[in-house]
Design a protein around this ligand. Structure first.
Ligand SMILES: Nc1ncnc2c1ncn2[C@@H]1O[C@H](COP(=O)(O)OP(=O)(O)OP(=O)(O)O)[C@@H](O)[C@H]1O
Ligand SMILES: [Mg+2]
Length: 433
């Protein structure tokens, strides 16, 4: 009987391991609900008292002073009490707990303890928010959802692009109607051009004019040449394109003034000019000069023109999406002013803390720390800002070269014409001959 039982036991155990592993790999959500969540929930419940005490989250009911005869003695309070925590609730990607703060406590103490909680509960990350006064919501993510991101869905809207997925599993959407101008930053090979490719692929099917400025010889944006209403591949061309756009912007302004409206969106469908998205890959190519007078003048012109579009373009349907490795004032004084106009921010892996600080620092200090922790393997991972002033870790969807080419060919016929820009570029060619 004994050997039979043993064999049977071993067979069942092997089956459990094999099936468990298959479920983990192919149905990570099931695995999380069946195995990961119960284990992590127990860990949270059993370690909460100790973790709270070690991280100064527990508070003593009695003051840390007492009377000893005529003397007041001070010391460490006895038996501090941890704040009440709710039973962990399972979500698809992790678990959430609600903590009721003791009087006098603030969420800041919990923010400081987030790393300790992450290690104690063996989860990927713990985020601390305070949805209500006196309440802290702890959201733990079990594993990095951006390691194998699927593609979330989002409603199709004009000037809105589904870029990828957020850490929460939601859709990462860039909506230019809500946030008109964007700055995309990252070290080399961090995923900037991939993100631009995704943006263009998403906007290609919409009635939107796309203008590319790619002064690295047009290698990246050139793939989309057939769907671009104009493409500048050197700084001279960029100046011509931007100058024509500024003239066009003034025409739009006059049209709005004549109709007595404050933006092109208030004009009738017939009278409304087509929205234009100007996409710049590598801003440094526009701003750096080699010291010659001509080069300096061109850089200054680019700076002034971009700034003007940034300042006035939003209401007139002119949008800027600017990518670059650095956005510091070493590129010239105009960069700081332009940065201030680019409200939407996306920060990939960066080489120096200063760049993350410049991109996200004026919005949120925690976002800077998270951006700095992006590793070289995590290509396409970035910290992005949302329309409500919040921020999130996210990953863009990789657009392979053939998909880019197919998309641009498919929608080539719908490319809006921008005759003024065409004439400006043709004028340059004429000069060169
Ligand atoms: N979201 C992503 N998912 C998977 N892989 C990605 C993603 N984004 C980028 N990569 C990979 O990283 C490589 C480099 O990305 P990309 O060319 O976009 O970087 P970059 O920031 O534009 O670099 P550079 O500054 O040198 O132009 C891509 O060829 C691709 O293989
Ligand atoms: Mg690039």
């Amino acid at each position: 009987m004994g050997p039979v039982l043993l064999t049977l036991g071993l067979a069942v155990l092997t089956w459990v391991f094999v099936v468990g592993d298959l479920v983990r790999r192919h149905r990570p959500a099931w695995h999380w609900y069946l195995v990961g969540y119960p284990a992590t929930a127990c860990r949270v419940v059993f370690t909460w008292g100790k973790v709270a005490q070690l991280n100064d989250l527990a508070v003593a009911k009695r003051p840390p002073r007492g009377l000893l005869g005529d003397l007041v003695v001070k010391g460490d309070p006895l038996r501090p009490v941890a704040p009440r925590i709710s039973f962990p609730r399972a979500t698809r990607t992790g678990l959430t707990m609600v903590v009721r703060l003791h009087a006098g406590q603030t969420p800041a103490t919990f923010l400081k303890a987030a790393d300790a909680l992450m290690h104690a509960w063996k989860v990927h990350a713990v985020r601390v928010t305070s949805p209500e006064r006196g309440i802290v919501l702890l959201t733990a993510t079990a594993t990095d959802p951006l390691q194998r991101p699927g593609l979330a869905s989002a409603p199709a809207e004009l000037l809105s692009a589904l870029i990828g997925v957020l850490e929460s599993g939601g859709a990462w959407v860039m909506n230019l109607r809500l946030v008109p101008h964007w700055l995309i930053v990252g070290a080399t090979r961090s995923g900037k051009s991939t993100l631009l490719a995704r943006l263009i692929t998403q906007l290609a099917s919409q009635p939107v004019a796309l203008v590319g400025i790619d002064c690295k010889g047009g290698m990246e944006l050139g793939l989309f040449a057939r769907r671009l209403s104009a493409l500048a591949t050197c700084r001279r061309e960029a100046v011509a394109v931007l100058s024509a756009l500024v003239v066009d912007m003034q025409d739009r302004m006059s049209a709005c003034r004549a109709a007595g409206v404050r933006s092109i969106w208030e004009l009738s469908d017939k009278a409304r000019p087509v929205p234009v998205v100007v996409i710049v890959d590598e801003i440094a190519e526009l701003y750096l000069s080699d010291g010659t007078r001509e080069s300096k003048a061109e850089a200054e012109q680019c700076s002034t023109l971009l700034l003007r579009i940034g300042q006035l373009g939003a209401a007139l349907g002119l949008h800027l999406v600017v990518a670059g490795q650095r956005v510091g004032s070493d590129l010239g004084p105009g960069v700081t002013a332009l940065r201030a106009q680019l409200g939407g921010r996306i920060c990939h892996r960066v080489n120096d803390p200063g760049t993350a600080e410049m991109t996200l620092g004026d919005l949120n200090k925690d976002a800077v720390a998270v951006a700095q922790s992006i590793t070289a393997e995590e290509r396409g991972v970035a910290v992005c800002t949302g329309p409500d002033g919040g921020w999130s870790r996210a990953r863009s969807h990789l657009t392979p070269t053939d998909e880019a080419v197919t998309t641009s060919r498919k929608y080539a016929a719908t490319t809006p014409e921008l005759p003024a820009i065409g004439r400006a570029l043709a004028g340059l060619e004429g000069d060169a001959k």
